[in-house]
Design a protein around this ligand. Sequence first.
Ligand SMILES: [Fe+2]
Ligand SMILES: [Fe+2]
Length: 560
Amino acid sequence: MLDAGRVLAVTFPDGSVARFHAEWLRFNALDAVTRSPGNGQRLLTIGDIPEASTLEDVVTSSDGSAVHLTFEPGAQRSSFPVTWLATHRYDVQRPQASGWTADRVQRWDHATMQDRIPEATLDALRADRRALADWLGAVDRFGVAVVHDVPTTAGALVEVADLFGYVRETNYGRWFDVRSEVNPSNLAYTNLGLQAHTDNPYRDPVPTLQLLACLENTVEGGASTVVDGFACAARLQADDPAGFALLAGHPARFEYAGAADVCLQSKRPVIELGPDGELLAVRFNNRSTAPVVDVPFDEMPAYLAALRRLASYADDPAMHVTFRLAPGDLFIVDNQRVLHARSAFSGSGSRWLQGCYADIDGLRSTLATLRRELAVDGVIDRIVDVFARRGAEEYLGEPVSMAQHMLQSAAAAEADGADPELVVAALLHDIGHFTGELGTYSPDATVDHRHEIEGVRALTGRMPQRVIDCVRLHVAAKRYLCAVEPSYFALLSPASVHTLELQGGPMAADEVAAFEAEPHHADAVRVRRWDEGGKDAGRDVPGLEHHLAALRTLARAALT
Ligand SMILES: [Fe+2]
Ligand SMILES: [Fe+2]
C-alpha cells in the first residue's frame, strides 16, 4: 500500500491509487501541532515545514482505516484517516474542458425547468431546517428558487435574506422599490420590458444574490423570466468555441452613472473562468455595458459576433422560464449565473416589487452547517434508536443488559477522570453488537462475530478517529492485557474467557509489538478496563441522555 520516503502511495478500497508528497502531507497534517484543535485553523506556515520532509515510518492501522506517519526531520507523528486522504487526493487526471462546472451545478432551460422552479413558503423555511436546507441547496444547484407567503409589507424581503446571511447594502439602499417612476434613475423603474440580465455588473465585486419580492401586481404583462446564464455559456461554447474563448479571454467594461452621486465602473469579462477553466460567472447587462476597449482591433468583430450570439441565447424562449409573481411571492437568483428579465407592462394598475442583494458565500456557509447539523442529528438519532430498540438485550450472558453495560463502562470512564472522547469510546465500545448482522454473543458460539469491526463500520466518519480506534482495539486490548499482565486473566468473567478463546487467546510477542505501535493503544487499554468494570447488576448510572451533548460535539467534529 505504501511507499515511504518522499511520496506516499495509497491504494483505496476501490482499487484506485493516489500519491501524496511528504511535504504536502506535513503541511496539511491534522494533528494538534499543525492545526488548532479548537477551530481547525492552521498554526504552521509553509515556511515552518521543512522542504526536505520525508516519511521515515509508515504504519497502516490493522483495519486499513488510517495511516500513521512519522515525518523527518523532527520525528513528527501524524495520522490521516484514509477517508480524508480519499477526499483530498490531488493525484488525478483533470481532462476538464474550459467552461466546466462543479458536479453540484445543474444547468437548465425551458424544457427542464418551466413550472419546476424549487419553491417553499416562508413559514416552512423558518420552521423546518430540512426544508431550509433543501431550498438553499436548490439555490446552490439551480441558481434560482421561489418563496411564497412573504408579508407584503415594505422591507419584509429582508427576512428571507436573514434566513441564510446578510443583506448587502448598496447605493440603492438596504432594499429598493422597483416600480414605475417619472424621470427614473434606472430603466428598471419604468414599464419598459427589460432584456434578461444580471444585476449590477458595474460593481466589483458584484452582488452575488438578488432577491425580488412582489407586493402588488395588477398590471397587464410584467411577467418575470429567468435564464440560466451557465446554460447559455455552455451553448455558446458548444456552438462557437472561439467566440466563447473571446468573451472569456478579454475584459468587458460596465458602468452606471445614472444618479448624480454615483459613478460605478468595472472591468471584468462577460464569461469569467477560474485558472483551471471552471465557469465562475456570467455578466450580461445591456443597459450598463460600457464601450469595450480591451479587445485587440483585429478580434473586435469576432468578439461582437460572440456577444451577439450569447445575447440571442438569452433572448431565446427555449432558454426562458417565465412566471407571474403574485403579491407575497419572492424569487432569488444567483446573480453571477442566472439572468432575469421582465416583459413590458401597461400603465394601468400597479406593479410594486422590492429588491435587495445578498451574498452567496454566506448562503453556502449556512447550507453547509445546516447539512452538517442534520447529519449530526442523524448520528445521534441512530445511537438513541439502537439503545432504545436493542439496549435491553442480554450482554454476553452477563447479569447486565447491553445498555447497562455500555452506560456503566462510560460511568467508570467518567469516574476515572477520562476526557469526553474516552467516555464516549467507553459508551460506544460495544455498539457493533447492536449494528452487526451476525447478532450478538451466545455461550455456544464457535466463531468470533468481530463486533469491534461492526462498531468501526457504524462509527466511521461519524466519530473522531480516537473514539473509533478505541472501539476497534478494545477486543485486541483484552488479548494484549492477558499477554502482558498475567493477573488480568483472573478478572475476566466466564463469558469473557470464552470470547477470548474465539478471538485468538492472549497475544503472541509480535502481536504485542504491533498493538503497541497503534497510536491509541493506551487509550484502548483504558477503555478495556472500564469495559471489564461494566458488568455489575446492581449499579445505577446516568442514562444515555447524560451523554448526548458530548456525542453531539464529537459527531460534529467528525463531520466537519
Ligand atoms: Fe466488546
Ligand atoms: Fe464490552
